[in-house]
Design a protein around this ligand. Structure first.
Ligand code: ADP
Ligand code: SF4
Length: 686
């Protein structure tokens, strides 16, 4: 199909200093969890995006010196010749598709605790970043940089830039964002110096200016020099000569860079979750930049709609459409727009599971795109599939995330697929969860898959079809996949940190009851030891319906695991706004329909409070009865010509949606396939 001319502007080449991006799709630097120890995994991951049409493909943070060591968080480095070789794999891969390769040279300053290198962290004035989260806490305070340290930093940046050029990069960054070292010099809160690097905005931008200058000297006219800068805090500070210090900083630095890559200051606002921020949420902070500089500007905003992208350009907000998450959820987003297939874009849902992978210290995962990070080690390409090995047909029972993903992938391979679900609508758990506050965007998981399935003639969809064992034995499909999901249990949490037996008292409910439409009588206590989003979302939902809601958790924060997805501070704010009272480090130890007893998890001290309904969000168990009954009927299966019965998704092992999607995808990829690396290809240094 031909591209819609409305989107032509997105495919114009853009000059960035001495290099030219083939179009306006710019995969900005973003964490991938792929260190230099995973050079082939990383090169394939970035190559897929270039193949998918991203005109510029960048690395994540690349340390310029061992004093910028973020371990145990994953980061890349450009410290020596072997690092150059590792990165050259990626630049070659990106160049094969006519795209430019960018490198985000990085020094973390006071934020990096240098746990491996054991060098004292560096900072403008010795002030630490006071993280309140355990995983980010450190007990070493940074030292103050003197002039010799600044000189050394400039030398490291220059050496990093030379190595970057040698590795084949086309765009070389100075990174002054997100709390890292050059950013610390920009902000008066961190920078309390009295020398020429502190005080006025002219002085506070001096280090960045010098870093840009040494970078340009190092790369000559072979590479563009880019500045990545966070503008949220600077924009909040009135300037002396302009509206804000952000305006002044851009004006002062404009002559020194070939490109501005503009962003927010903290991960929850920069990589904002869709629960709390819409597409384009950076615009109110960054929209001024193009008015102050003539240099090209790239920015992000979880852009997945081509019309929204065009409007960013037409309205003069951005020159290049930056994408991190949209490029993970669909590496082929630009190609699909180019080929008039924009309705096939697998849109990012803004769940931030990708970011959680970085916090976990592992290669990136994605709820929408199960192939991400698996390009090299499992050989999964997002758009290419091994053809069906036979004309077998597959019946999938359950049309939740696992069943739908399995069906799409089998269908794309060419198998005949039937999906039956008991409910009137497909979607599984998402039928309910997307109705909770802020979670509507997650419906894209279902919408994209149903769109794919409905467009194919080798797929039959049967909603409203509860399948029993006799139905399955009577069906004429030789392969049956059970994707029947899971159920929430009424187990509580014992003082030994194990789940208890089911707590079968009246007025004790689970999310399945709320999903079925129950509005419990108040006062309600939501007891959450699942600790991901659902407990908090249900508490907010019930409070908005007018219930008096208390929320208790065994963890130290509400929805504690959402720290990993940048949602935690926003969850607390939302619960507070909804009037939900939060009780931390507590477990429910008794409930009689009138009062709930809660115990401190450390001291065991107990107290009671009035409560009419208890909602337990704790442990899920597989809903796999059908599977278990079926495999008991060996002789009947043989008689019915059923060769295989397999469980996938939550019916196999309950998890987040990302796990269900990966499980469904893996089954479909490996079905009747010989080319399955066991356990997966292991990467090696080059
Ligand atoms: P997953 O996350 O693994 O995809 P979900 O719980 O989201 O699991 O979805 C499971 C789906 O399976 C639900 O839509 C449910 O209606 C459906 N289901 C469960 N049991 C049956 C059955 N016996 N017949 C047909 N559909 C079923
Ligand atoms: Fe988007 Fe979620 Fe995938 Fe991240 S994990 S790219 S937020 S869909």
């Amino acid at each position: 199909m031909a591209r819609n001319p409305r989107f032509d502007v997105l495919f114009e080449p853009i000059r960035i200093g001495p290099v030219t991006a083939p179009n306006r799709f710019y995969q900005v630097p973003h964490a991938s969890g792929m260190t230099n120890d995973l050079p082939h995994v990383r090169a394939s991951f970035r190559e897929t995006k270039a193949e998918g049409g991203w005109g510029v493909v960048c690395t994540g943070a690349v340390s310029i010196h061992p004093s910028s060591d973020d371990s145990p968080l994953p980061f890349a480095s450009l410290w020596d010749a072997s690092d150059v070789r590792a990165h050259a794999l990626m630049t070659d891969a990106v160049h094969r598709h006519g795209s430019l390769a960018g490198v985000e040279l990085w020094h973390g300053g006071a934020i990096t605790m240098n746990r491996t290198s054991r060098l004292p962290p560096l900072s403008p004035s010795g002030l630490p970043w006071m993280s309140t989260h355990l995983g980010f806490m450190g007990n070493q305070r940074p030292r103050v940089m003197d002039r010799a340290d600044i000189r050394a930093l400039l030398d490291w940046q220059a050496a990093g830039a030379r190595r970057a050029r040698e590795a084949g990069f086309d765009i070389v960054y100075v990174y002054a964002g997100m709390g890292y070292l050059p950013y610390e010099f920009l902000l008066p809160e961190y920078n309390r110096r009295h020398d020429e690097y502190g005080g006025t905005i002219e002085n506070r931008t001096r280090l960045v200016r010098e870093m840009l200058a040494v970078t340009r000297d190092a790369v000559g006219d072979r590479c563009a020099v880019a500045l990545r800068i966070s503008l949220e805090e600077l924009r909040a500070k009135p300037g002396k000569h302009a509206e804000s210090e952000a305006h002044e900083a851009i004006a002062l630095l404009s002559d020194w860079t070939d490109l501005f890559d503009v962003k927010m200051d903290s991960s929850p606002t920069d990589c904002a979750p869709s629960r709390f921020a819409p597409e384009g949420s950076h615009e109110p902070i960054v929209e001024f930049v193009k008015k102050v500089t003539s240099k090209p500007v790239v920015g992000v905003g979880r852009f997945t709609s081509p019309d929204f992208m065009v409007s960013q350009i037409r309205r003069g907000v951005l020159d290049l459409i930056g994408g991190a998450r949209p490029s993970i959820a669909d590496p082929f987003l630009p190609r699909k727009i180019d080929e008039g297939r924009e309705n096939e874009i697998r849109e990012c849902i803004g769940c931030n599971i990708c970011i959680s992978s970085w916090h976990d210290g592992v290669p990136v995962r994605c709820t929408q795109n199960p192939t991400i990070g698996e390009e090299w080690r499992r050989g999964w390409h997002p758009e290419r599939f091994e053809p069906a090995a036979s004309d077998a047909s597959v019946l999938i029972v359950g049309g939740g995330p696992a069943g739908l993903e399995c069906a799409v992938t089998l269908a794309r391979r060419g198998y005949r697929v039937t999906v039956a679900d008991a409910a009137a609508e497909f979607g599984g758990r998402l039928r309910f969860e997307t109705r909770l506050p802020g979670l509507a965007t997650w419906g894209r998981v279902v919408d994209w898959r149903l769109g794919q399935l409905r467009s194919r003639d080798n797929v039959s969809l049967y909603p409203g079809s509860a399948m029993g064992i006799e139905d399955l034995l009577a069906s004429d499909h030789p392969h049956i996949v059970i994707a029947t999901g899971s159920r929430w249990s009424r187990m509580l949490y014992a003082s030994t940190e194990f789940p208890t037996e089911e707590f079968l008292a009246p007025d004790v409910y689970t999310p399945d009851d709320i999903a079925a439409g129950l509005i419990p009588e108040g006062p309600v206590l939501v007891f959450d030891f699942d600790n991901y989003y659902l407990g908090g979302a249900i508490a907010e939902h019930l409070a908005r319906l007018g219930c008096q809601v208390d929320y208790a958790t065994t963890a130290g924060s509400a929805s504690a695991w959402t720290f990993m997805t940048n949602e935690l501070p926003l969850v607390h704010r939302a619960l507070g706004k909804a009037g939900v009272r939060i009780h931390l480090l507590q477990r429910v130890s008794g409930f009689d329909g009138r009062e709930v007893e809660i115990a401190d998890v450390f001291t065991g001290a107990k107290r009671t409070q009035p409560c009419r309904s208890l909602v337990v969000v704790g442990v899920r168990t597989p809903d796999d009865a059908l599977y278990r009954q079926l495999i008991e009927r060996d002789a009947d299966l043989r008689r019915a010509g059923i060769h295989s019965v397999t469980r996938i998704g939550d019916a196999l092992a309950p998890g987040a949606i990302v796990h269900a999607v990966h499980s469904g995808h893996r089954f479909a990829r490996e079905f009747e396939s010989e080319s399955r690396p066991e356990p997966y290809r292991r990467d090696f240094q080059v």
